[in-house]
Write a protein that binds this ligand. Sequence first.
Ligand code: ZN
Length: 168
Amino acid sequence: MRDTLVLNASFEPLSTVSLNRAVVLVLTDKAVVEHAHPDLRVRGAAVDLPVPRVIRLCRYVRVPFRRQAPWSRRGVLVRDQHRCAYCGRRATTVDHVVPRAQGGGDSWLNTVASCAEDNHRKAARTPEQAGMPLLFQPFEPTPADAMLLAMRASERSELPEWLAKAAA
Ligand SMILES: [Zn+2]
């Protein structure tokens, strides 16, 4: 079953939880539904409510430290909105800015989305060596970004506009 995004009382994205957990938080008055699925409902013996997509905690939770977003190829493609960092066309591969052969690693700051053609053309060279400047600089997503990256694109596009903007 799909996950529900949990916001802090301050509206900052905190985590995702299972639908069951989200329903329990709402039914026990620990959270309120901020955004619900338009068509789906949770029905049980004593329950009938729209499937929550986004819930917000009633009490502010202090986040002790900011976790780093784990790197993934899929995350890089989503972060760069599937746009090639070299030509701006649709990207399906991930390129290492500093190639692995030259010591570049799998990290947010060393990887960009790339079309297969440019990835092949650049080969084991840096953008300078290949004469292929980056159209944009790679960046490290915040944990809140990472949470949204973890959601499927179809789910993200259904988020309320204010939240999609806050997370963009
Ligand atoms: Zn390209």
